[in-house]
Design a protein around this ligand. Structure first.
Ligand SMILES: Cc1cc2nc3c(=O)[nH]c(=O)nc-3n(C[C@H](O)[C@H](O)[C@H](O)COP(=O)(O)OP(=O)(O)OC[C@H]3O[C@@H](n4cnc5c(N)ncnc54)[C@H](O)[C@@H]3O)c2cc1C
Length: 411
């Protein structure tokens, strides 16, 4: 039975189903086999908070196995050597993967190339030399990357970045600081944003450029891992860039137009996070409905109490709406439309309703809802973060309002 009138294109549905079969056959067994590792933070992280070698090895194994099977790079354009599926497939695949993985999320997230960690349409903008030098390693999953835009004094207003790329012969020398850079502690490359024309940047008329750099280059340092939610380690890092030399082939897109690349990357992030929220939210309420049928209190199953089921019904309604918004926004992007307003609405709404669904799922489980085995709090934490990452809810509302004020009134 389907809840959605529109049928997915055959290649999109087949890619999603293939990815799920792959996850079932290749990733779940790895989760089972290494359960002791995933349940032990001291084995997952090193003293300095970075992922342990064992975890990094497993992540790389999942990426390369998925790439060999053709799933990892399935949404990368054919011109870059990928499967050529578009934004709709990207949304549908992530949504399905998050709904499927539930608590088994440690490795699942590496089955499909994440836009900031692996190859994506963003890399259409790199030079032919960068394609030859870097792309093969990203495509086969042996290496990964990160996306360095945010800085200590530039978050929502990313145009305030202070990292500078000063001319040095035919290249540049980059100096500055980055913060919150996800995957940076294990990444081999970084797409880095820096001011190349301070006057234009100050006037908000370009002047910011993107460069792709190896993370082992002299002048590129992961200063520290940032720990979130009381975890003993993490995946976000602070970067120091000191006189980092870059060559012309490392420029991503047009010089001075790096912001376009940044905005496109963030759009992919919004699709990814909308899908993550709907997938996790659906898994949460499905788990809660199942539990409610079996848990008894006051002489009958708690599913017989409307106080338990109505909040879940409300979340189901919200998630259904968010799901439709996600499919729609992804289809608009596939039609070559920027979908700025629709994507902002979709991401803000999806993460709020996904988070609320998980919160309600936790409540339905009573004390059981907080246990590590169920993984509900893990998913809940991850969606709490997405209310900020890739555009805060307030900034998304600001974008929606700006579009409406400019006459973009279609709903
Ligand atoms: C887990 C995580 C991973 C991340 N990964 C990356 C990454 O890989 N690469 C990267 O470059 N960045 C990354 N980020 C950074 C992220 O993009 C920023 O956190 C985000 O853009 C918000 O910036 P900020 O945290 O500096 O908040 P601020 O910009 O300081 O905002 C603080 C508060 O003020 C509000 N606010 C600001 N301006 C307005 C306004 N005009 N109207 C109303 N409210 C406003 C915001 O909504 C927010 O609530 C990540 C963040 C997190 C949490």
């Amino acid at each position: 039975m389907t809840a959605i009138a529109m049928s997915l294109p055959e290649d999109v549905a087949a890619a999603r189903d293939g990815l799920l079969s792959f996850a079932r056959a290749e990733i779940l067994p790895r989760h089972e086999k290494h359960r002791a590792l995933f349940e032990n933070p001291r084995a997952l992280y090193r003293e300095d908070g970075r992922f342990s070698d064992e975890l990094i090895g497993l992540i790389r194994e999942v990426r390369t196995t998925s790439a060999a099977a053709g799933y990892y790079q399935m949404c990368v354009p054919e011109a870059l050597g990928g499967g050529g599926l578009g934004h709709l497939a990207y949304y549908v695949a992530w949504e399905a993967l998050f709904r499927f993985c539930g608590p088994n999320n440690w490795l699942m997230l590496y089955a499909l190339a994440h836009w900031a960690f692996g190859p994506s349409r963003l890399l259409e903008r790199v030079s032919s030399e960068a394609k030859a030098r870097i792309l093969p390693h990203l495509m086969n999953g042996t290496k990964s990357m990160c996306f360095g835009l945010s800085e200590p004094n530039a978050g929502s207003d990313a145009s305030m970045i202070a990292t500078k790329a000063a001319r040095d012969g035919d290249g540049w020398r980059i100096s500055g600081r980055k913060i919150w850079t996800s995957n940076a502690p294990i990444a081999d490359y970084c797409v880095l944003f820096a001011v190349t024309d301070p006057q234009r940047a100050a006037a908000k008329q370009g002047g910011i450029s993107a460069f792709i750099v190896p993370t082992n280059a002299r002048g590129f340092t992961v200063q520290r891992v940032i720990r979130l939610f009381g975890h003993v380690g993490g995946d976000e890092a602070e970067l120091a860039l000191d006189d980092l030399r870059v060559e012309p082939w490392q420029v991503v897109g047009e010089l001075g137009q790096g912001f376009a690349a940044a905005l496109y990357g963030v759009s992919l992030g919004r699709i990814y996070n909308s899908a993550r929220a709907v997938g996790y939210g659906r898994w949460g309420i499905e788990t809660a409905f199942e539990y409610a049928k079996t848990r008894e209190a006051f002489g009958s199953s708690i599913a017989s109490y409307q106080g338990v089921t109505f909040p879940l019904a409300e979340s189901a309604t919200e998630l259904h709406a968010a799901h439709l918004m996600g499919l729609n926004a992804a289809m608009l992007l596939d039609q070559g439309l920027p979908a700025v307003k629709e994507l902002s609405m979709c991401k803000a709404y999806s993460v709020q309703v996904g988070f609320r669904a998980l919160d309600r799922a936790i409540q339905t489980h009573g004390a059981m809802g907080f246990t590590n085995e169920l993984g509900l709090t893990d998913a809940w934490h991850s969606l709490r973060i997405v209310n900020v990452a890739d555009g805060t809810n307030e900034i998304l509302n600001r974008t929606i309002a700006q579009r409406m004020l400019k006459g973009d009134l279609e709903l």
